[in-house]
Design a protein around this ligand. Structure first.
Ligand SMILES: Nc1nc2c(c(=O)[nH]1)N[C@H]1C(S)=C(S)[C@@H](COP(=O)(O)O)O[C@H]1N2
Ligand SMILES: [Mo]
Length: 376
């Protein structure tokens, strides 16, 4: 394959100073899709509105009765389980907000050339499945184990490296109880849709999307840190191509507005009639609960504390926030900024890294408020 399919030692490409979104990025953007932001109104994203990201092809699994999950590697008794076996284990349902680590990438300058997300790579679902720690307990993890490697059934080539989609978690995260990592077979009470991993996926509450391996077919306990492409090459925060970089792990806090008023078709600028408006939206963080959301209606000059709804017993899901605002004729720029209990917050100036990962710059929403005297 080589030359035409890229070179494993070459870094991912950055767009030139005035380079528009290319056909390659458009092809990714039509396959993968974001949450239409008006769907932030739903506590649980209806399947089909939840964002989707798939590196390669969605495996064709018309019949899941022959799907097997194997637990192998440094374990005392390797397991081979079908869906019926998995359903016989205790069942847990957790409400989890997932976000792609590349969310916000297309707003960066220079733009990392990849899936061109703006801010909409997010969704919340109730995932039902077996706690991974119970499966690992059944298999019996051996003493020298350090990580667990998860393999999906999808296969592709990325920057010249042919691979199955694979990611690892540290053993303590895989065995965790707060939260529990799930091997999930249902989303919002129904079997997983094909694009979300039918019939099985990993769900790691609080972690960015790349950890949530879909079409899960193998769980391998290993004695050495995993060095696969998605662990060592991709999903690392680097400013220079030759840095080793810092691994992407948990979700940085973010707040998004439910777009107020109505949109202009092409520019998506919001039109909001003058008068009182409730600004509301969602906020989340994978590090600690969101404790504060501030809102600005003047392009970040002044900030006002929004009211936060209780988490309703769902600490790994987004929280609703709201704040009243009076729209006056003219143009406005709305923003919301989340802070979590550990003090992580959203930057007002763009941080940058070559992959565009974990970028949580505050959202800016342009609003035009028409002057009622000028309308007629
Ligand atoms: N097997 C497999 N799992 C995968 C991926 C993939 O390409 N293959 N993409 C990951 C990435 S980068 C993200 S952001 C999430 C997206 O999950 P969703 O499509 O269910 O929202 O799946 C993750 N799990
Ligand atoms: Mo992602």
């Amino acid at each position: 394959m080589g030359a035409q399919l890229g070179d494993a030692s070459a870094p991912a490409r950055l767009a030139g100073p005035d380079e528009a979104i290319g056909r390659d990025e458009l092809a990714l953007a039509t396959r993968n899709h974001g949450l239409p932001l008006e769907a932030l109104r739903y506590d649980l994203s209806p399947p089909g509105l939840h964002y989707v990201l798939t590196h390669y092809d969605i495996p064709y699994v018309p019949d899941d009765t022959h799907w097997y999950l194997t637990l192998v590697g440094s374990v005392r008794s390797p397991l081979r389980l079908d869906l019926a076996d998995l359903r016989a284990f205790p069942q847990v349902t957790t409400r989890v907000t997932l976000e792609c680590a590349g969310n916000g990438r297309a707003l960066l300058a220079p733009r990392p050339v990849s899936q061109p997300w703006l801010v909409e790579a997010v969704g919340t679902a109730e995932w039902t499945g077996v706690p991974l720690r119970l499966l690992l307990g059944e298999a019996g993890v051996e003493g020298g184990a350090v990580e667990v490697v998860f393999t999906g059934a999808d296969h592709g080539v990325e920057r010249g490296v042919e691979q199955d989609y694979q990611r690892a978690l540290p053993l303590d995260v895989a065995l965790g109880t707060e939260p529990e990592v799930l091997v999930a077979y249902a989303m919002n009470g129904a079997p997983l849709p094909p694009q979300h991993g039918r019939p099985l996926r990993l769900v790691v509450p609080g972690w960015y999307g790349m950890a949530q391996v879909k079409w899960l077919r193998e769980v391998r306990v290993v004695d050495e840190p995993f060095t696969g492409f998605q662990q060592r090459v991709a999903y690392r925060i680097r400013e220079q191509a030759d840095e080793q970089g810092v691994p992407v792990t948990r979700i940085a806090p973010r707040a998004l507005l439910i777009p107020p008023g109505f949109p202009d078709f092409m520019s998506r600028t919001r039109v909001v009639p003058p008068g009182h408006v409730t600004l509301d939206g969602r906020a989340w963080s994978g590090w600690a609960p969101v404790t504060r959301v501030e809102v600005s209606a003047d392009g970040g000059r002044s900030w006002h504390e929004a009211e936060l709804e209780p988490d309703g017993g769902h600490p790994w899901a987004w929280r609703r926030w709201r704040l009243g605002w009076t729209a006056t004729p003219g143009e406005h720029e709305l923003s919301a900024r989340a802070t979590d209990a550990e003090g992580h917050t959203q930057p007002l100036q763009q941080p940058w890294n070559r992959g565009g990962f974990a970028n949580n710059l505050v959202q800016r929403v342009r609003v035009v408020c028409p002057d009622p005297d000028e309308v007629r």
